[in-house]
Design a protein around this ligand. Sequence first.
Ligand code: SF4
Length: 359
Amino acid sequence: MKFNDSFLEILAAKVVAGERVSVDEALKLFLSKDILGLGYLANELRKQKVGDVVTFVGNYHICYSNICINNCKYCIFSRKPGDADAFSLSLAEIEALAEESKQNEVPEILILGGIHPELRFQFFIEALARIKMRVPEIKILGFSPIEIDHFSRQENISIDEVFDILQPAGLSAITGGGAEIFSPRIRADLGCADKLGGEQWLRVMEAAHRHDVYSNASMLYGAGETYGERIQHLQAIRELQDKTGKFTHFLPFAFSQADYPQTTGYDDLKMIAISRIFLDNFTHIRAYWSHLGLPGAQLALAFGADDLNGLKQKGRIIHSSGGGLPKAVERSVMIAVIKDAGRIPAERDILFNIIKVYN
Ligand code: SF4
C-alpha cells in the first residue's frame, strides 16, 4: 500500500511491528487527510489480531424503567415520574420478559434503565435472581457505572460491596454507558456535569474488573470536543486496560441530535480506524450499527472494526445519551451484511466466546 501521508507511512512500520502510538502521534492521525491510508493500517492491525471473523451477539433487552432523576440535556429517553409515557416494570414483568427471551435463543440479556428515584438496590438483586431462575444459563449484562454508583450512594455501601452482591447474584458484565467523553467541558455542555465524572467512571470500571465483572469501554464523539479531548479519553481507557485487561471491546459512537451538527462519514470511519490503531491492548473494536446504519457499519469493517454489536431482539429498548432509539435487526440480515463485506460472521457471547460460525 502506498500512503499519501508520509507520517502515516513511517508510523505504520512501527505499529505493525507492535510499537505503541503516543498521544502526539495520535493527534497527527486525527489531522491526517489520508483516510484510505488510515483504513489500510487499521485493517492490517485487525487482521493481525482477530483475522476475518466478524462477531455479533444475539441479545434481548429488558429496560426496567425510563424514569430518571438526571437531566442530561440531549437524552431523549428519560421521563419524569408522572409523565404520560413514563413506565416502570414490576419484578413479575421482568420475569415474564426473561421467560419470553427463550424464544429468541439468545445467550445474553441486557438490563438497563434510568436512575430511578424510588427503586431500591434490593429490587435489582431480586430482578437478577428472577432472570436467572427463568433462564439459568443466560449471561446478564446489566447496569452502567452511573447505576452502580447510584446503588452505592443509595445504600451507603462501597462500590466494591455493590459488586460483592451483584456478581454472585448473576451479573456477568456491566455496560460502558455514561462514559460519554471524559472532558469536563463537554460534559458540562451536554448537561451531564452532575452525573458521574470521568475519573469516577474509571474507578467503577476498575472495581468491576476486580470482581471479574467485565465491561466494554465507549466514547461519545462529535459533541464539540477537540481531537485532544478525544485522545485524552482514549488514553485514560488504554491505561485502565493495561491495568485490568477486562474491557471486552471498545465502542466509539457518534453524537446525534437534530439541533447539532452531525458527524460525517469521514469522521466516523477515522474514529473507528484510530480506535483500532491507538488502543493496541483491545482485541475488539465495535462498529455501532444503530448509529452508523448497517451500510456504514459494513464499511467500518474495512477500517478496523471486527464486531457489529447486538441484534437487540425484542424487550424494551434502552437509550443512550444523545442517541436515537435503535432498531432491531434480524440474525439473517446481520449474517448477510457481514458475508457481503467478505468476512466470516460468528455469533458470540458477552465475553466474546464464539458460539456459532456461519460459513
Ligand atoms: S442519559 Fe441516562 S442518566 Fe442521563 S438523563 Fe438519560 S437516562 Fe438519565
